[in-house]
Design a protein around this ligand. Structure first.
Ligand code: PLP
Length: 368
């Protein structure tokens, strides 16, 4: 009844469009944490490996282990670093943690000293995100400490942009700070790689690409901002979400609909029932006409409160709508399309959250 459809070809095309931006200078490290932003982590890695991706970023050691068990061969970076207790698993499964904190550094260098071979690590510097990472002023000292830490092998310097989707000047300044940190680190560790660009910075241009770029959102076919200036690179949304009308019934004027009677019909109406609600990621914030769905190529607004597994929509203006009709929650139907960005605006959130919510709660079907 409910299905999340994932277009493999869209993922391949988005990867290729991003790789083309790099002009052979840098490589893509595909960010597939959060179950591939709701698209399926293992499936995304498998598809991307098939078109040449050789670097992946996940959040946790557990995710990295799952990828290895599924036969993913590329380099796997653990963005949240993992725990010192997981260090032998990291080595066994060839996972490369990000190092971003003094306590973590102390624990990791002690634990790694007992490993049979050095563990590759990515040193993270905070160029302005205000989240994880060493202070740029101290990066030289940490890089020297890494030289002394025999169990750890520095393979890359990394950082993360907070506003690449909206503030080019700030992003340029942060990129310069990153460049200075890199020069310092390379004076101790020649040949260290560098990566800082998320989707937005990847789309912005080569000055942000360094050796590797780390796009997530763009791989799945979404732009970092609704501003049309980002559309120079063709991206195709890979996820669509469909369900089926399980009931269509006539309702008199003034009939209260769903919990709390948030809405009442304003006229003799026809109401359709969808077998999905907030448990399937169709947020309660879409209640009361905020959200819409597509039926027979036309928009049907949500009536009343979205429930746990049930949502009512107004199909009065959609002639012939009946039980069994396909309903598009996100995606194209006829000449109309509901994108993740539109749902995000209704919900007061961002397209990232829409993909994660819808993608994780319903069975996924892959095609192409
Ligand atoms: C450290 C890091 N790098 C890269 C990304 C990818 O960002 P985006 O999905 O905006 O491309 C993320 C996503 O949250 C991240 O946390």
């Amino acid at each position: 009844m409910n299905s999340v459809r994932i277009d493999r070809q869209a993922i391949r095309r988005n990867y290729q469009a991003l790789a083309a931006q790099l002009g052979g200078q840098a490589q893509v490290m595909a960010v597939i944490k959060a179950d591939g932003y709701g698209h399926g982590m293992v499936e995304m890695a498998t598809i991307l490996q098939g078109v040449g991706a050789s670097h992946f970023a996940v959040a946790t050691v557990e995710q990295g282990v799952l990828l290895r068990q599924a036969g993913i061969r590329g380099r796997l970076v653990v963005l949240l670093g993992g725990l010192a207790a997981e260090i032998s698993a990291m080595q066994s499964y060839a996972l490369e943690p990000a190092l971003f904190d003094a306590d973590q550094f102390a624990q990791f260098s002690a634990a790694a000293a007992r490993l049979p071979a050095p563990l590759p690590v990515h040193l993270k510097v905070d160029c302005g995100m205000g989240r994880l990472g060493f202070n740029p002023a101290e990066v030289g000292a940490w890089s020297e400490k890494l030289r002394a830490a025999r169990g750890l092998e520095l393979v890359a310097l990394m950082s993360h942009f907070p506003s690449a989707d909206g503030d080019l000047e700030l992003t340029r300044r942060q990129n310069e700070v990153f460049g200075r940190c890199l020069a310092t680190v390379r004076s101790h560790h020649a040949g260290v790689k560098a990566h800082i660009a998320n989707s937005a910075a990847t789309l912005l241009g080569r000055e942000f690409h360094w050796d590797l770029v780390r796009p997530g959102l763009a791989l799945y076919g979404c732009y970092p901002s609704p501003d049309p200036q980002w559309r120079h690179t063709p991206l195709v949304p890979a996820m669509s979400v469909a369900t089926t009308l399980v009931q269509v019934e006539a309702a008199p004027a003034h009939k209260g609909v769903s919990y709390g009677h948030l809405d009442r019909t304003s006229r003799p109406s026809r109401l359709g029932v969808l077998p999905l609600g907030y448990a399937e990621g169709f947020s309660r914030r879409l209640s009361g006409g905020v959200g819409q769905v597509l039926i027979r190529g036309q928009r049907a607004p949500v009536m009343g409160r979205v429930c746990m597994n049930v949502t009512v929509v107004d199909v009065t203006d959609i002639p012939g709508a009946c039980r069994g009709d396909e309903v598009i929650i996100m995606g194209q139907q006829g000449n109309d399309q509901i994108r993740a960005e539109e749902i995000a605006a209704w919900m007061g959130t961002i397209n990232y959250e829409v993909l994660c919510l819808l993608g994780k709660s319903m069975p996924r079907h892959y095609f192409n």
